[in-house]
Write a protein that binds this ligand. Structure first.
Ligand code: PBG
Length: 357
């Protein structure tokens, strides 16, 4: 060998002994050195197990009445409530970025909110108008719509409140109607986020009976009663109105087995996809559910997770792009098939730049 360790042989002959670097490790006699696979970018790429692509992203958007306006949500830096014209433009942007699906959340005029959330059933409500407008202009993007009454009720709860109790069966009957109104307006995926018992089965039956055989259901299967939804409630305007908390229907953060039982029910009732929410604090749940059911399984990186990262970035405490991608790859590693994330456009643009596109 004429060249060893990049040094011409002539220079080597001046040494009587082998250079220290060329000697076998003086310390450890290791057959396996995991660092070998990490020594260069190409090698790291070659052995990487989980990758994040734009196909993994679902982009949640907040919509509001009016035209040509974008209203920042102060607790979610970089996120805005959009009027319909802007929502259509952002849907176009999503399609151009190859983001497969967007999710629509309405900020309902407080005057339209009432005790029973009747606006949810109005075929001319914000979500339905946005669905029709987007389907017309951007027909090939998937649109997911929540089913739950909280953006429409004066008390901010997801279901009907009777004598201080969120009643289950009566709420489910309304949710089925809400799902039908959304499906009629063009929703591709119905996502019940209310955590009532039996809602997936009832919605499936309702959709099928009305001929919406192809409308998918992504169940918020394991949705925990979480503090991390705070900024979302600011965005949809339900933080001020919410009376009490949602612990009688959303899950207790101390439970795991219960999440598996919820998943079992949703799968049996006909869910096409299941979801765990919040995301990062519940990666163990995501992992167990994916392992147990092998269903298309999604994580919702919720508003509070987004806001935590953004707040730290704004303070100069975290590097934004790296924190964002690391948090998202964690969902893939834990078994997610995709992630609902407010970072969707940002990360899609980053991935595009990285691939030289
Ligand atoms: C409504 C709903 C919530 C979220 C999605 N759908 C809030 C809640 O249950 O109070 C939270 C999303 C987020 O925090 O980003 N049922």
């Amino acid at each position: 060998m004429a060249i060893k360790y990049g040094r011409p042989i002539e220079s080597r002959v001046r040494f009587t002994e082998v250079e220290p670097e060329a000697r076998p490790s003086p310390g450890l006699d290791l057959t396996t050195r995991p660092r070998r696979n990490r020594r260069a970018d190409w090698a790291r790429r070659m052995v990487r197990e989980s990758v994040l692509t734009t196909d993994d992203l679902i982009w949640p958007m907040f919509i509001t009445d009016g035209s040509n306006a974008r209203t920042p949500v102060p607790s979610m830096p970089g996120v805005e409530r959009l009027t319909l014209d802007h929502v259509v433009r952002e849907a176009e942007r999503a399609a151009k970025l190859s983001i497969p699906c967007i999710a629509l959340f309405p900020y309902t005029d407080p005057k339209l909110r009432d005790e029973d959330g009747n606006e949810a059933l109005n075929p001319e409500n914000l979500v339905c108008k946005a669905l029709r407008a987007i389907k017309k202009e951007v027909p090939h993007i998937g649109i997911l719509c929540d089913v739950a009454l909280d953006p429409y009720t004066s008390h901010g709860h997801d279901g009907l409140l009777r004598d201080g109790v969120i009643v289950n069966d009566e709420t489910v009957a309304v949710l089925v109607k809400q799902a039908l109104v959304e499906a009629e307006a063009g929703a591709d995926i119905i996502a019940p986020s209310d955590m009532m018992d039996g809602r997936v089965g009832a919605i499936r039956a309702g959709l099928d009976a009305a001929g919406f055989l192809d409308v998918q259901i992504m169940a918020y299967t394991a949705k925990y009663a979480s503090a991390f939804y705070g900024p979302f409630r600011d965005a949809v305007g339900s933080s001020k109105t919410l009376t009490g908390d949602k612990r009688t229907y959303q899950m207790d953060p101390g439970n795991t087995d219960e999440a598996l039982r919820e998943a079992e029910l949703d799968v049996a009732e006909g869910a096409d996809m299941i979801m765990v929410k919040p995301g990062m604090p519940y990666l163990d749940i995501l992992w167990r559910i994916k392992e147990a059911f092998g269903m298309p399984t999604f994580a919702y990186q919720v508003s509070g997770e987004y806001s935590m990262i953004m707040a730290a970035v704004q303070n100069g405490w975290l590097e934004g792009d790296r924190a964002m991608t690391e948090a998202l790859i964690a969902f893939k590693r834990a078994g997610a098939d995709g992630v609902l994330t407010y970072f969707a456009p940002k990360v899609a643009e980053l991935l595009r730049r990285q691939s030289g596109g």
